[in-house]
Design a protein around this ligand. Structure first.
Ligand code: ADP
Length: 612
């Protein structure tokens, strides 16, 4: 059924009831008034008839003229039509008309009862007079033989009709007035009811739009008790919904934060194999923007047959799975520990799959480094020990007798013992730095860094001279940094020793020290050791700072290196909250740079900086 406005529901009913009651009242008033008036008139006309009846009887026995005169004059005086009719219905006299022209009246409804001895009444339109008349006829004795006739009196009822008509018109006017009033009243009532309803509707609409910043509050001051109650309930409901929405939003944000900050890659897939969500880690794993993939088919996003198989299997069998999968997305393969977990709704029905991928590449690399380290340390220690053992045994087996060989062999034993000593020294240095670094026991003090380079150069000068290598120092003046001088000197010595060891005779090495400032105003000091040696191939660069890592194992050992020099440099840089970098390519020399945070303002001592 079509919905209609509240006003149109109330207005017709109101007007209908009003008009009906007005019509009923008008009908009752007119019919009762008319009945009362006619009753009264009947009685009066009958009494008039009874009053003149003896005279009519008396005169009917005498001459005709006086009889006719009496009827005419009395009729005129009483403004009443008087008619005398004999038993046969013949009109004997009439106050208004010529009796000879009048037809037989015996059958007239009021006359017939009178001729039968009763009083008869009739209300009808008189054609003769052209208006409504009330007739009353009573029996009357006529003539000398006292035969029964009828004395009929008639009186016009038009004034009554006119009066009733006026009454009806007035009542109609009142009815129209009342109907208009009822219309206005129903409009007012409809508005009074509908206004709060509309306000509640607006409030409910805001609720459905999920406007939680604006609490729905319906004012109930001018409402009826029922409406105010309803408004109160809606307000309460709005408050509760608001509170729940806030809780849901908060929980969603928390989940969102957890989801996006997870280190593991997570992809949620629906039952139609479309991506529901993908967190940041997964997006970078597949090199995709996480927002764009929402709603896309999983085959288009994850192009790995094993992962897709896992999704299929978990969707079909609704069971959890775990597998190691290798992904070939970029240059290096990525090893993933993958879990496919079925997503279930509250009725435990499958609604998709959750893929959780844990990148094992780093872990694997660390494990490899650890294994390499153990193998390397054993190998590095074993080599000199084997050599020492071999030569000592040879000496014991008789070579001691041969003075020249014995001297040569013992020389080798000393060199290998020194080498062993150097390895153990370096290992101890490394572990001490690591230990102190962990316990944060390495004290740093602001110092001029140029002095560090000078001191390192002095230590290595003899070594450089042996190969006719020139070391030039380029250092910005007055550069200060919080440093641990002996350790930083050790790091520069290691870099300088390497540069000397791997550079050809007579080449140039530059020791540079300069300050830098980032866009954000952070200041750093860079210590660079630049050589013109053979350079390092690209594939070695990421592993160069690992313990015992050597680009060329035989050469490294021949140079007398322990394979721990760069690892020590890296730890010393870390202990200074800094880093170490290398730039190198075969044939173009190498540049090793230690970058440390500078003291506040490079050109100032800490005390000066504090004063400013
Ligand atoms: P080593 O004691 O063998 O020098 P390091 O840790 O100091 O050990 O160096 C690791 C490896 O890095 C060396 O074996 C060498 O192959 C390479 N290397 C270090 N410095 C240089 C350099 N200046 N030029 C070329 N290769 C270098």
């Amino acid at each position: 059924m079509r919905n209609i406005r509240l006003f149109w529901q109330i207005f017709p009913a109101c007007v209908g009831i009003t008009l009906f009651s007005m019509a009923l009242a008008a009908w009752l008033a007119t019919t009762t008034g008319r009945d009362f008036y006619l009753g009264h008139l009947k009685e009066e006309i009958r009494e008039r008839a009874l009053l003149i009846e003896p005279t009519v009887t008396t005169l009917s026995r005498g001459e005709d003229q006086p009889f006719q005169d009496f009827v005419r004059q009395t009729g005129r005086r009483a403004a009443t039509r008087i008619t005398v009719i004999d038993a046969g219905g013949v009109v004997l006299a009439d106050s208004n008309e010529d009796r000879s022209l009048m037809d037989n009246h015996g059958k007239r409804p009021e006359v017939a009862p009178a001729l039968a001895g009763e009083t008869g009444f009739s209300l009808r339109h008189s054609n003769t007079l052209g208006e409504s008349m009330l007739y009353a006829a009573i029996p009357v004795k006529l003539g000398n033989d006292n035969h029964r006739g009828a004395l009929r009196l008639a009186i016009a009822v038009t004034p009554v009709e006119t009066m009733l008509g006026t009454l009806q018109r007035k009542m109609l006017a009142i009815a129209v007035g009342v109907a208009v009033l009822a219309g206005l009243l129903s409009l007012y009532s409809a508005r009074r009811i509908s206004r709060p309803l509309e306000e509640m509707k607006r409030g409910a609409e805001q609720l459905t739009k999920g406007r939680i910043d604006q609490l729905v509050k319906i004012k109930s001051e001018h409402m009826s008790v029922e409406m105010a109650g309803l408004a109160g309930s809606i307000n309460q409901m709005a408050e509760q919904i608001n509170r729940r929405i806030r809780i849901i939003i908060q929980q969603r944000n928390e989940l969102e934060a957890v989801f996006s900050s997870m280190a593991d890659s997570v992809v949620a897939i629906d039952a139609d194999k479309k991506i529901i969500r993908m967190n940041q880690a997964a997006a970078s794993l597949f090199a995709l923007p996480s927002e764009v993939v929402k709603g896309k088919a999983v085959q288009g996003v994850i192009r790995n047959a094993y992962l897709l198989e896992m999704v299929d299997f978990t969707l079909t069998h609704n069971i959890q799975q775990e597998q190691k999968i290798t992904l070939f997305n970029g240059v290096d393969p990525i090893m993933l520990q993958t879990h496919a977990v079925p997503l279930r709704d509250e009725d435990n029905k499958s609604m998709g799959v959750l893929l959780v991928m844990n990148d094992l590449t780093k872990l694997n690399r660390l494990e490899n480094i650890r294994q390499d380290f153990v193998a390397n340390v054993s190998h590095e220690l074993k080599t000199p020990i084997t050599a020492i053992k071999g030569y000592v045994e040879t000496l014991l087996d008789g070579a001691l007798e041969d003075q020249d060989n014995a001297r040569r062999f013992l020389g080798i034993v000393v060199r290998q013992a020194n080498r062993l000593d150097a390895i153990v020294d370096d290992l101890l240095t490394l572990s001490r730095i690591e230990d102190r670094e962990n316990k944060e026991e390495i004290p740093l003090a602001s110092a001029e860094v140029g002095a560090v380079l000078e001191s390192a150069l002095q230590t290595c000068a003899v070594h450089a001279d042996e190969k006719d290598i020139v070391v030039q120092v380029e250092c910005d003046d007055e550069l200060y940094a919080p440093i641990n001088q002996p350790l930083l000197e050790q790091a520069v010595i290691n870099l300088l020793n390497n540069a000397i060891a791997y550079s050809p005779h007579g080449s140039l090495i530059t020791l540079r020290c300069q300050g830098s400032r980032t866009m954000r105003g952070e200041e750093f000091v860079h210590f660079s050791v630049i050589d013109n040696g053979p350079g390092i191939a690209k594939e070695h660069l990421p592993r160069l700072f690992e313990r015992f890592y050597r680009c060329d194992k035989a050469r490294g050992r021949d140079q007398g290196g322990t394979g721990l020099g760069l690892a020590i440099v890296k730890h010393i840089a870390q202990a200074h909250n800094g880093t170490v970098e290398v730039e190198s390519s075969p044939g173009k020399g190498s540049t090793f740079t230690i970058i440390l945070p500078a003291a506040k303002g490079f050109g100032q001592r800490e005390e000066d900086a504090d004063l400013s």
